[in-house]
Write a protein that binds this ligand. Structure first.
Ligand code: NAD
Length: 417
Protein backbone atom coordinates (compact mmCIF):
# COMPACT_ATOMS: atom_id res chain seq x y z
CA UNK A 1 0.00 0.00 0.00
CA UNK A 2 1.87 3.10 -1.24
CA UNK A 3 1.12 6.75 -0.47
CA UNK A 4 2.09 10.08 -1.92
CA UNK A 5 4.83 10.66 0.68
CA UNK A 6 7.10 8.32 -1.32
CA UNK A 7 7.95 5.97 1.50
CA UNK A 8 10.14 2.92 0.99
CA UNK A 9 8.72 -0.51 0.24
CA UNK A 10 7.54 -3.00 2.84
CA UNK A 11 10.81 -4.95 2.30
CA UNK A 12 12.86 -1.80 2.89
CA UNK A 13 10.93 -1.21 6.11
CA UNK A 14 11.61 -4.75 7.36
CA UNK A 15 15.31 -4.36 6.54
CA UNK A 16 15.38 -0.97 8.29
CA UNK A 17 14.00 -2.56 11.48
CA UNK A 18 16.52 -5.39 11.15
CA UNK A 19 19.38 -2.89 10.77
CA UNK A 20 18.46 -1.40 14.14
CA UNK A 21 18.75 -4.85 15.71
CA UNK A 22 22.10 -5.44 13.99
CA UNK A 23 23.54 -2.17 15.23
CA UNK A 24 22.30 -2.68 18.81
CA UNK A 25 23.78 -6.20 18.94
CA UNK A 26 26.97 -5.24 17.06
CA UNK A 27 26.54 -8.60 15.37
CA UNK A 28 29.20 -8.06 12.74
CA UNK A 29 31.81 -7.53 15.47
CA UNK A 30 30.58 -10.61 17.34
CA UNK A 31 30.81 -12.80 14.24
CA UNK A 32 33.67 -11.25 12.23
CA UNK A 33 34.46 -12.26 8.64
CA UNK A 34 31.25 -14.25 8.32
CA UNK A 35 29.16 -11.93 6.22
CA UNK A 36 26.60 -12.40 8.96
CA UNK A 37 24.41 -9.45 7.98
CA UNK A 38 24.16 -10.39 4.34
CA UNK A 39 23.55 -14.03 5.26
CA UNK A 40 20.68 -13.17 7.57
CA UNK A 41 19.02 -10.44 5.52
CA UNK A 42 18.93 -12.08 2.10
CA UNK A 43 16.63 -15.07 1.58
CA UNK A 44 18.12 -18.53 1.11
CA UNK A 45 16.01 -19.14 -2.00
CA UNK A 46 13.41 -17.32 -4.13
CA UNK A 47 11.49 -19.13 -6.86
CA UNK A 48 8.87 -17.73 -9.23
CA UNK A 49 6.73 -19.91 -11.41
CA UNK A 50 4.27 -18.73 -14.06
CA UNK A 51 1.33 -21.13 -14.38
CA UNK A 52 -1.44 -21.32 -16.91
CA UNK A 53 -4.85 -21.84 -15.33
CA UNK A 54 -7.88 -23.22 -17.14
CA UNK A 55 -10.87 -20.95 -16.51
CA UNK A 56 -14.46 -22.20 -16.32
CA UNK A 57 -15.27 -20.62 -19.71
CA UNK A 58 -12.49 -22.62 -21.42
CA UNK A 59 -10.01 -19.73 -21.65
CA UNK A 60 -6.66 -19.70 -19.80
CA UNK A 61 -5.09 -17.16 -17.45
CA UNK A 62 -1.40 -16.78 -16.63
CA UNK A 63 -0.68 -16.34 -12.93
CA UNK A 64 2.67 -15.67 -11.28
CA UNK A 65 3.28 -17.77 -8.17
CA UNK A 66 6.25 -17.61 -5.84
CA UNK A 67 7.89 -19.20 -2.83
CA UNK A 68 10.57 -17.48 -0.79
CA UNK A 69 12.57 -19.52 1.72
CA UNK A 70 14.27 -17.00 3.94
CA UNK A 71 16.06 -18.96 6.64
CA UNK A 72 15.96 -22.48 8.13
CA UNK A 73 18.61 -22.35 10.84
CA UNK A 74 16.06 -23.01 13.58
CA UNK A 75 13.88 -25.55 11.78
CA UNK A 76 11.90 -26.21 8.59
CA UNK A 77 10.90 -23.16 6.56
CA UNK A 78 7.41 -22.02 7.58
CA UNK A 79 5.08 -19.40 6.17
CA UNK A 80 1.69 -18.76 4.69
CA UNK A 81 0.64 -18.32 1.08
CA UNK A 82 -0.95 -15.01 0.12
CA UNK A 83 -3.21 -14.67 -2.92
CA UNK A 84 -3.37 -10.92 -3.53
CA UNK A 85 -2.71 -8.50 -6.37
CA UNK A 86 0.22 -7.05 -4.40
CA UNK A 87 1.79 -10.43 -3.51
CA UNK A 88 4.77 -10.08 -5.85
CA UNK A 89 8.25 -11.42 -5.16
CA UNK A 90 9.50 -8.37 -3.25
CA UNK A 91 6.44 -8.38 -1.00
CA UNK A 92 6.83 -12.10 -0.42
CA UNK A 93 10.51 -11.62 0.52
CA UNK A 94 9.48 -9.12 3.21
CA UNK A 95 6.86 -11.46 4.63
CA UNK A 96 9.26 -14.44 4.55
CA UNK A 97 11.85 -12.46 6.51
CA UNK A 98 9.34 -11.47 9.21
CA UNK A 99 8.44 -15.17 9.59
CA UNK A 100 12.06 -16.00 10.45
CA UNK A 101 12.17 -13.40 13.22
CA UNK A 102 8.67 -14.21 14.47
CA UNK A 103 9.43 -17.92 14.92
CA UNK A 104 12.79 -17.17 16.55
CA UNK A 105 11.25 -14.70 19.00
CA UNK A 106 8.42 -17.13 19.84
CA UNK A 107 10.94 -19.97 20.32
CA UNK A 108 9.17 -22.10 17.75
CA UNK A 109 11.53 -24.53 15.97
CA UNK A 110 10.70 -23.25 12.50
CA UNK A 111 12.45 -20.98 10.03
CA UNK A 112 10.85 -18.37 7.80
CA UNK A 113 9.22 -18.59 4.37
CA UNK A 114 6.28 -17.16 2.47
CA UNK A 115 4.36 -17.82 -0.71
CA UNK A 116 2.61 -15.51 -3.11
CA UNK A 117 0.15 -15.65 -5.95
CA UNK A 118 -0.42 -12.39 -7.83
CA UNK A 119 -4.20 -12.52 -8.22
CA UNK A 120 -7.42 -11.23 -6.72
CA UNK A 121 -9.09 -14.40 -5.40
CA UNK A 122 -12.51 -12.70 -5.49
CA UNK A 123 -12.30 -12.71 -9.30
CA UNK A 124 -12.17 -16.52 -9.51
CA UNK A 125 -14.79 -19.24 -9.05
CA UNK A 126 -14.31 -21.99 -6.50
CA UNK A 127 -13.25 -24.50 -9.12
CA UNK A 128 -10.77 -22.01 -10.60
CA UNK A 129 -9.31 -21.40 -7.13
CA UNK A 130 -8.98 -25.16 -6.66
CA UNK A 131 -6.99 -25.37 -9.90
CA UNK A 132 -4.77 -22.42 -8.84
CA UNK A 133 -4.14 -23.98 -5.41
CA UNK A 134 -3.25 -27.35 -6.90
CA UNK A 135 -1.05 -25.63 -9.49
CA UNK A 136 0.76 -23.90 -6.63
CA UNK A 137 1.49 -27.24 -5.00
CA UNK A 138 2.54 -28.79 -8.31
CA UNK A 139 4.89 -25.87 -8.99
CA UNK A 140 6.66 -25.94 -5.63
CA UNK A 141 6.26 -29.53 -4.36
CA UNK A 142 9.97 -30.24 -4.73
CA UNK A 143 10.78 -27.38 -2.36
CA UNK A 144 8.10 -28.25 0.20
CA UNK A 145 7.70 -31.04 2.75
CA UNK A 146 6.69 -31.55 6.39
CA UNK A 147 10.36 -31.55 7.40
CA UNK A 148 11.44 -28.94 4.90
CA UNK A 149 8.95 -26.15 4.15
CA UNK A 150 5.37 -25.99 5.40
CA UNK A 151 2.83 -23.49 3.95
CA UNK A 152 -0.28 -22.15 5.73
CA UNK A 153 -3.08 -19.67 4.92
CA UNK A 154 -2.66 -15.90 4.78
CA UNK A 155 -4.63 -13.11 3.07
CA UNK A 156 -6.70 -14.56 0.22
CA UNK A 157 -6.19 -18.21 1.20
CA UNK A 158 -8.05 -20.35 3.72
CA UNK A 159 -8.61 -23.84 5.14
CA UNK A 160 -10.21 -25.12 1.94
CA UNK A 161 -7.18 -24.05 -0.06
CA UNK A 162 -4.90 -25.86 2.41
CA UNK A 163 -7.02 -29.02 2.01
CA UNK A 164 -6.67 -28.87 -1.80
CA UNK A 165 -2.92 -28.36 -1.47
CA UNK A 166 -2.46 -31.27 0.93
CA UNK A 167 -4.44 -33.53 -1.42
CA UNK A 168 -2.34 -32.52 -4.44
CA UNK A 169 0.91 -33.17 -2.54
CA UNK A 170 -0.29 -36.63 -1.49
CA UNK A 171 -1.45 -37.43 -5.04
CA UNK A 172 2.02 -36.48 -6.28
CA UNK A 173 3.48 -38.93 -3.74
CA UNK A 174 1.49 -42.01 -4.78
CA UNK A 175 -1.23 -41.37 -2.22
CA UNK A 176 1.09 -41.55 0.80
CA UNK A 177 -0.29 -39.51 3.69
CA UNK A 178 1.43 -36.24 4.63
CA UNK A 179 -0.93 -34.30 6.93
CA UNK A 180 1.96 -32.04 8.05
CA UNK A 181 2.68 -30.74 4.53
CA UNK A 182 0.54 -27.67 5.26
CA UNK A 183 -1.03 -26.21 8.41
CA UNK A 184 -4.25 -24.26 8.82
CA UNK A 185 -6.19 -27.23 7.41
CA UNK A 186 -9.85 -27.88 8.25
CA UNK A 187 -10.26 -29.66 11.61
CA UNK A 188 -11.83 -32.66 9.84
CA UNK A 189 -8.78 -33.03 7.59
CA UNK A 190 -5.80 -32.86 9.94
CA UNK A 191 -6.25 -29.31 11.21
CA UNK A 192 -5.89 -28.19 14.81
CA UNK A 193 -8.77 -26.98 16.90
CA UNK A 194 -8.15 -23.32 17.79
CA UNK A 195 -6.13 -22.50 14.63
CA UNK A 196 -8.86 -20.25 13.23
CA UNK A 197 -8.90 -18.06 16.34
CA UNK A 198 -5.17 -18.33 17.04
CA UNK A 199 -3.73 -15.15 15.54
CA UNK A 200 -6.49 -12.79 16.70
CA UNK A 201 -6.73 -14.33 20.16
CA UNK A 202 -2.92 -14.36 20.43
CA UNK A 203 -2.72 -10.66 19.61
CA UNK A 204 -5.17 -9.91 22.38
CA UNK A 205 -3.39 -12.17 24.90
CA UNK A 206 -0.25 -10.20 24.18
CA UNK A 207 -2.09 -6.88 24.56
CA UNK A 208 -3.69 -8.07 27.81
CA UNK A 209 -0.29 -8.85 29.31
CA UNK A 210 1.15 -5.57 28.05
CA UNK A 211 -1.62 -3.38 29.46
CA UNK A 212 -2.22 -5.40 32.66
CA UNK A 213 -5.74 -6.41 31.60
CA UNK A 214 -8.26 -5.06 29.11
CA UNK A 215 -11.32 -4.56 31.31
CA UNK A 216 -12.92 -1.21 30.49
CA UNK A 217 -10.19 -0.26 27.99
CA UNK A 218 -11.38 1.31 24.75
CA UNK A 219 -10.30 -0.70 21.71
CA UNK A 220 -10.44 -0.08 17.95
CA UNK A 221 -9.83 -2.86 15.44
CA UNK A 222 -8.86 -2.28 11.81
CA UNK A 223 -9.65 -5.19 9.47
CA UNK A 224 -12.49 -7.62 10.22
CA UNK A 225 -11.17 -10.73 8.48
CA UNK A 226 -9.69 -13.75 10.22
CA UNK A 227 -7.30 -11.92 12.55
CA UNK A 228 -9.40 -8.81 13.23
CA UNK A 229 -12.71 -10.53 13.91
CA UNK A 230 -11.21 -12.94 16.46
CA UNK A 231 -9.13 -10.16 18.04
CA UNK A 232 -12.25 -8.02 18.45
CA UNK A 233 -14.19 -10.97 19.87
CA UNK A 234 -11.52 -11.87 22.42
CA UNK A 235 -11.06 -8.24 23.50
CA UNK A 236 -14.86 -8.05 23.96
CA UNK A 237 -14.87 -11.28 26.01
CA UNK A 238 -12.08 -9.92 28.23
CA UNK A 239 -14.22 -6.91 29.12
CA UNK A 240 -12.75 -4.32 26.77
CA UNK A 241 -15.07 -1.70 25.28
CA UNK A 242 -14.63 -2.22 21.53
CA UNK A 243 -15.75 1.16 20.23
CA UNK A 244 -14.71 0.94 16.58
CA UNK A 245 -14.30 -1.48 13.71
CA UNK A 246 -12.93 -0.45 10.34
CA UNK A 247 -13.18 -2.61 7.22
CA UNK A 248 -14.61 -1.04 4.04
CA UNK A 249 -14.76 -4.42 2.30
CA UNK A 250 -16.74 -6.15 5.07
CA UNK A 251 -18.99 -3.33 6.24
CA UNK A 252 -19.40 -1.50 2.94
CA UNK A 253 -20.65 2.08 2.78
CA UNK A 254 -18.51 4.36 4.92
CA UNK A 255 -16.42 1.35 5.94
CA UNK A 256 -16.38 1.91 9.69
CA UNK A 257 -18.62 1.27 12.67
CA UNK A 258 -18.25 3.46 15.72
CA UNK A 259 -20.13 3.50 19.01
CA UNK A 260 -18.72 5.26 22.09
CA UNK A 261 -20.82 2.97 24.32
CA UNK A 262 -19.11 -0.15 22.93
CA UNK A 263 -20.13 -2.65 20.25
CA UNK A 264 -21.55 -6.13 20.82
CA UNK A 265 -18.91 -8.04 18.88
CA UNK A 266 -20.39 -11.49 19.50
CA UNK A 267 -23.63 -10.30 17.86
CA UNK A 268 -21.84 -8.60 14.95
CA UNK A 269 -19.94 -11.82 14.16
CA UNK A 270 -23.14 -13.88 14.23
CA UNK A 271 -25.21 -11.32 12.31
CA UNK A 272 -22.93 -8.96 10.33
CA UNK A 273 -26.06 -7.34 8.85
CA UNK A 274 -27.19 -6.20 12.31
CA UNK A 275 -24.93 -3.12 12.08
CA UNK A 276 -24.41 -0.63 9.32
CA UNK A 277 -21.31 1.40 8.67
CA UNK A 278 -21.80 4.86 10.19
CA UNK A 279 -18.29 6.37 10.10
CA UNK A 280 -15.54 6.58 7.47
CA UNK A 281 -13.01 3.75 7.94
CA UNK A 282 -10.08 6.17 8.28
CA UNK A 283 -11.90 8.22 10.94
CA UNK A 284 -12.42 5.07 13.02
CA UNK A 285 -8.73 4.17 12.65
CA UNK A 286 -7.72 7.63 13.85
CA UNK A 287 -10.13 7.94 16.79
CA UNK A 288 -8.86 8.22 20.36
CA UNK A 289 -8.62 4.87 22.16
CA UNK A 290 -6.53 3.02 24.73
CA UNK A 291 -5.63 0.31 22.25
CA UNK A 292 -5.53 0.16 18.47
CA UNK A 293 -5.29 -3.27 16.85
CA UNK A 294 -4.38 -2.92 13.14
CA UNK A 295 -5.32 -6.34 11.76
CA UNK A 296 -5.76 -5.65 8.02
CA UNK A 297 -2.50 -5.46 6.09
CA UNK A 298 0.87 -3.72 5.78
CA UNK A 299 1.66 0.02 5.63
CA UNK A 300 -1.84 1.21 6.61
CA UNK A 301 -0.34 3.62 9.15
CA UNK A 302 2.10 5.70 7.16
CA UNK A 303 3.45 9.24 6.78
CA UNK A 304 0.14 10.40 5.32
CA UNK A 305 -2.04 9.56 8.31
CA UNK A 306 0.37 9.08 11.21
CA UNK A 307 -0.22 12.51 12.73
CA UNK A 308 -3.93 11.75 12.99
CA UNK A 309 -3.50 8.51 14.96
CA UNK A 310 -4.76 9.08 18.51
CA UNK A 311 -4.33 5.65 20.12
CA UNK A 312 -2.31 5.41 23.33
CA UNK A 313 -1.05 1.92 22.48
CA UNK A 314 -0.84 -0.10 19.28
CA UNK A 315 -0.54 -3.90 19.13
CA UNK A 316 0.09 -5.17 15.60
CA UNK A 317 -2.18 -8.03 14.54
CA UNK A 318 -1.31 -7.59 10.85
CA UNK A 319 2.16 -7.96 9.39
CA UNK A 320 3.92 -4.62 8.94
CA UNK A 321 0.92 -2.28 9.45
CA UNK A 322 3.17 0.66 10.40
CA UNK A 323 5.80 1.99 7.99
CA UNK A 324 9.27 2.77 9.35
CA UNK A 325 8.69 6.52 8.98
CA UNK A 326 5.40 6.36 10.86
CA UNK A 327 6.93 4.11 13.51
CA UNK A 328 9.53 6.78 14.37
CA UNK A 329 6.90 9.49 14.64
CA UNK A 330 4.53 7.43 16.78
CA UNK A 331 7.29 6.57 19.23
CA UNK A 332 8.41 10.21 19.44
CA UNK A 333 4.80 11.02 20.34
CA UNK A 334 4.98 8.46 23.20
CA UNK A 335 2.68 5.93 21.58
CA UNK A 336 3.72 2.43 22.60
CA UNK A 337 3.84 -0.26 19.90
CA UNK A 338 4.03 -4.02 20.35
CA UNK A 339 5.45 -5.33 17.06
CA UNK A 340 3.94 -7.87 14.68
CA UNK A 341 6.77 -10.37 15.16
CA UNK A 342 5.65 -10.69 18.77
CA UNK A 343 1.94 -9.98 18.69
CA UNK A 344 0.71 -11.95 15.68
CA UNK A 345 2.77 -15.08 16.40
CA UNK A 346 -0.36 -16.87 17.63
CA UNK A 347 -1.06 -18.22 14.14
CA UNK A 348 2.32 -19.82 13.64
CA UNK A 349 2.28 -21.04 17.25
CA UNK A 350 -0.90 -23.04 16.68
CA UNK A 351 0.39 -24.06 13.24
CA UNK A 352 3.31 -25.57 15.15
CA UNK A 353 0.85 -27.33 17.48
CA UNK A 354 -1.01 -28.60 14.40
CA UNK A 355 2.25 -29.94 12.93
CA UNK A 356 3.05 -31.67 16.24
CA UNK A 357 -0.42 -33.22 16.39
CA UNK A 358 -0.04 -34.45 12.79
CA UNK A 359 3.29 -36.07 13.68
CA UNK A 360 1.90 -37.70 16.81
CA UNK A 361 -1.40 -38.69 15.19
CA UNK A 362 -3.37 -37.43 18.18
CA UNK A 363 -5.57 -34.36 18.39
CA UNK A 364 -5.96 -31.95 21.29
CA UNK A 365 -9.14 -30.35 22.62
CA UNK A 366 -9.68 -26.67 21.82
CA UNK A 367 -9.23 -25.52 25.41
CA UNK A 368 -5.86 -27.33 25.58
CA UNK A 369 -4.68 -25.54 22.43
CA UNK A 370 -5.91 -22.11 23.51
CA UNK A 371 -4.52 -22.44 27.04
CA UNK A 372 -1.09 -23.35 25.66
CA UNK A 373 -1.35 -20.45 23.21
CA UNK A 374 -2.28 -17.98 25.93
CA UNK A 375 0.60 -19.06 28.18
CA UNK A 376 3.10 -18.82 25.37
CA UNK A 377 1.93 -15.41 24.10
CA UNK A 378 2.09 -14.02 27.62
CA UNK A 379 5.55 -15.50 28.29
CA UNK A 380 6.88 -14.11 25.01
CA UNK A 381 5.44 -10.68 25.84
CA UNK A 382 6.99 -10.64 29.32
CA UNK A 383 10.34 -11.69 27.84
CA UNK A 384 10.30 -8.90 25.26
CA UNK A 385 9.17 -6.19 27.71
CA UNK A 386 11.94 -7.20 30.13
CA UNK A 387 14.62 -7.17 27.42
CA UNK A 388 13.45 -3.78 26.14
CA UNK A 389 13.46 -2.38 29.65
CA UNK A 390 16.92 -3.75 30.51
CA UNK A 391 18.49 -2.42 27.33
CA UNK A 392 16.44 0.80 26.98
CA UNK A 393 15.14 -0.24 23.57
CA UNK A 394 11.82 0.30 21.84
CA UNK A 395 9.80 -2.91 21.70
CA UNK A 396 10.32 -3.51 17.99
CA UNK A 397 14.11 -3.23 18.18
CA UNK A 398 14.05 -5.42 21.27
CA UNK A 399 12.05 -8.10 19.43
CA UNK A 400 14.29 -8.05 16.37
CA UNK A 401 17.40 -8.14 18.59
CA UNK A 402 16.28 -11.22 20.56
CA UNK A 403 15.35 -12.99 17.33
CA UNK A 404 18.50 -11.97 15.44
CA UNK A 405 20.78 -13.20 18.20
CA UNK A 406 19.09 -16.60 18.24
CA UNK A 407 19.31 -17.08 14.48
CA UNK A 408 22.86 -15.66 14.26
CA UNK A 409 24.07 -18.09 16.91
CA UNK A 410 22.45 -21.01 15.10
CA UNK A 411 23.87 -19.92 11.75
CA UNK A 412 27.32 -19.49 13.29
CA UNK A 413 27.15 -23.12 14.44
CA UNK A 414 26.44 -24.27 10.88
CA UNK A 415 29.82 -22.92 9.71
CA UNK A 416 30.68 -21.47 6.32
CA UNK A 417 28.43 -22.23 3.36
P1 NAD B 1 -8.15 -11.56 5.85
O1 NAD B 1 -8.08 -11.42 4.38
O2 NAD B 1 -8.96 -12.64 6.46
O3 NAD B 1 -8.60 -10.19 6.52
C1 NAD B 1 -8.08 -8.94 6.22
C2 NAD B 1 -9.23 -7.95 6.30
O4 NAD B 1 -8.69 -6.64 6.21
C3 NAD B 1 -10.24 -8.11 5.18
O5 NAD B 1 -11.54 -8.26 5.72
C4 NAD B 1 -10.09 -6.82 4.38
O6 NAD B 1 -11.34 -6.40 3.87
C5 NAD B 1 -9.57 -5.87 5.42
N1 NAD B 1 -8.84 -4.71 4.89
C6 NAD B 1 -7.95 -4.66 3.85
N2 NAD B 1 -7.47 -3.42 3.71
C7 NAD B 1 -8.06 -2.66 4.66
C8 NAD B 1 -7.98 -1.30 5.03
N3 NAD B 1 -7.17 -0.46 4.38
N4 NAD B 1 -8.72 -0.86 6.09
C9 NAD B 1 -9.51 -1.70 6.77
N5 NAD B 1 -9.65 -3.00 6.46
C10 NAD B 1 -8.93 -3.48 5.41
O7 NAD B 1 -6.61 -11.71 6.31
P2 NAD B 1 -6.08 -12.17 7.73
O8 NAD B 1 -5.69 -13.60 7.65
O9 NAD B 1 -6.99 -11.69 8.77
O10 NAD B 1 -4.70 -11.36 7.78
C11 NAD B 1 -4.67 -10.00 8.16
C12 NAD B 1 -3.24 -9.62 8.48
O11 NAD B 1 -2.73 -10.46 9.52
C13 NAD B 1 -2.25 -9.76 7.32
O12 NAD B 1 -1.24 -8.77 7.47
C14 NAD B 1 -1.65 -11.13 7.56
O13 NAD B 1 -0.38 -11.31 6.95
C15 NAD B 1 -1.54 -11.10 9.07
N6 NAD B 1 -1.44 -12.41 9.70
C16 NAD B 1 -2.40 -13.35 9.52
C17 NAD B 1 -2.29 -14.57 10.16
C18 NAD B 1 -3.35 -15.61 10.06
O14 NAD B 1 -3.25 -16.62 10.79
N7 NAD B 1 -4.39 -15.43 9.27
C19 NAD B 1 -1.16 -14.84 10.97
C20 NAD B 1 -0.21 -13.84 11.15
C21 NAD B 1 -0.35 -12.63 10.51
Amino acid sequence: MKNSKKEGSFLEDVNYFLEKGFSFLKLEAKFPNQNIKERLITPDRCVENKVSILMDDGSTRLIMLSRVQHNNDLGPYKGGIRFDVEADLEHTKALASTMTWKCALAEIPFGGAKGGGVLDPHQFSNSELERISKAYMRAFADLLGPEHDIPAPDIGTNQQIMAWMRKRYEDMNNGRIFPGIVTGKPVGYGGSRGRMQATGFGTVYSAEEFLGGLKGKTVIVQGFGNVGSYAALQAYHLGAKVIGLSDPYVFGGKGGIFDEKGLNIAKIILEPGSVSANTPAEAVLCHTCDLLLPCARESVINLENVEKIQAANIVEGANGPITSGADNILRERGIKILPDILANAGGVTVSYYEWLQNRQGEYWEEDVVLTKLQQRMKQNTVKLLKFADEHKLDYRTAGYSIALMKVAEARHLTGAQ
